[in-house]
Design a protein around this ligand. Structure first.
Ligand code: AMP
Length: 314
């Protein structure tokens, strides 16, 4: 266990130094391996540059996060992760204060999943002047779906991810950086893709499919808030999405009956539908018969807990 304990950096400067150190050590090792291989085969030495995997999170880590981290570890020489409950992305009356904070358990899980360095800054470290004056705005797409119920949410997400990408890039120097994001937050992924494109971040985005519990519930740090009865009720979300998928696969676009799916969710005791919509996941615009993919997107309230999920319908 202890050998997998990651280094925890709490300041930006320490995080940058820890990334640079871990990459330098990994590069030395890769160079040595390249030389050993060449000596063994009697060929020329072929050097390769080591790469960095980055997994941003808000902590309260579960098997979904671990999947992102393991994927990053498979595909990179060094993996770092951030754990930061970003106040900018929570609206008034949302669950910022009660969001679970479990750094010790998180460090153990991340270490097991192959993370070498965790960045766990305080709010003051990230925003030393209080709420930042300059922010990223997420445009019209940032006001739809999640953004409609949570105004300003995506501006907060993009502002912190923009900052984290710059920090990680500073530590990574010329090394390639791959950043891992879950498809559970499909709208977030598309917005981050746009930001990377528009702001010329030199970071490759790697999407990872949704990780679910055996009964279909998408894993979420917020599932911890659910009572056993609420957790049972919450299953209507993934089940309804799965039904839409089945109907769509069997009967095509015509088979998708959104209205009855909405009614089914709302008919579940303790559950209130926020939205259930279809989008073309590339653009997040309305899907058409010709759309290569159609994504059903939904959010529900179960008691005071808000859950999101989505599923590909074709
Ligand atoms: P969060 O800590 O909720 O901000 O999530 C951090 C990252 O983990 C985001 O990229 C999420 O999309 C991803 N993630 C969270 N839950 C899941 C899940 N059940 N399956 C796949 N990715 C997830």
């Amino acid at each position: 266990m202890t050998e997998n304990q990651p280094t925890i950096a709490t300041t930006i400067a320490d995080f940058i130094t820890a990334i640079a150190k871990a990459l330098a050590a990994a590069q030395l090792q890769a160079d040595e391996q390249a030389r050993a291989l060449a000596a063994h085969e009697g060929t020329e030495v072929i050097y390769r540059d080591v790469t960095l995997g980055f997994v941003p999170t808000m902590g309260a880590l579960h098997a979904g996060h671990a999947t992102l981290m393991r994927r990053a570890a498979e595909q990179n020489d060094v993996v770092v992760s951030s754990i930061f409950v970003n106040p900018l992305q929570f609206g008034p009356g949302e669950d910022y204060e009660r969001y679970p904070r479990t750094l010790e358990a998180d460090a153990a899980l991340a270490g097991e999943a192959g993370v070498q360095v965790i960045f766990a800054p305080s709010v003051e470290e990230m925003y030393p002047d209080g709420d930042p004056l300059i922010r990223i705005t997420s445009g019209e797409l940032g006001t739809k779906f999640e953004g409609k119920t949570r105004p300003g949410h995506f501006d907060g997400v993009l502002t912190v991810v923009n900052k984290l990408f710059n920090i990680v890039r500073a530590g990574a120097g010329e090394h390639e950086v791959n950043a891992y994001f879950g498809q559970k937050d499909a709208q977030q992924f598309v917005l981050i893709q746009r930001m990377v494109h528009d702001f010329n971040h030199s970071v490759n985005l790697r999407p990872v499919a949704i990780v679910r519990d055996d009964d279909g519930l998408a894993l979420s740090s917020r599932n911890e808030f659910l009572s056993p009865a609420e957790r049972e009720a919450a299953l209507v979300l993934s089940r309804t999405l799965a039904l839409l998928r089945e109907n769509s696969l069997n009967r095509g676009f015509e088979g998708i009956d959104l209205q009855s799916a909405r009614e089914r969710i709302n008919a579940t005791e303790g559950v209130r539908l926020d939205y259930l919509e279809l989008v073309d996941p590339h653009t997040f615009g309305e899907p058409t018969e010709e759309s290569e993919r159609v994504l059903a997107l939904a959010a529900i309230f179960v008691g005071s807990t808000r859950l999101i999920d989505n599923m590909d319908l074709r």
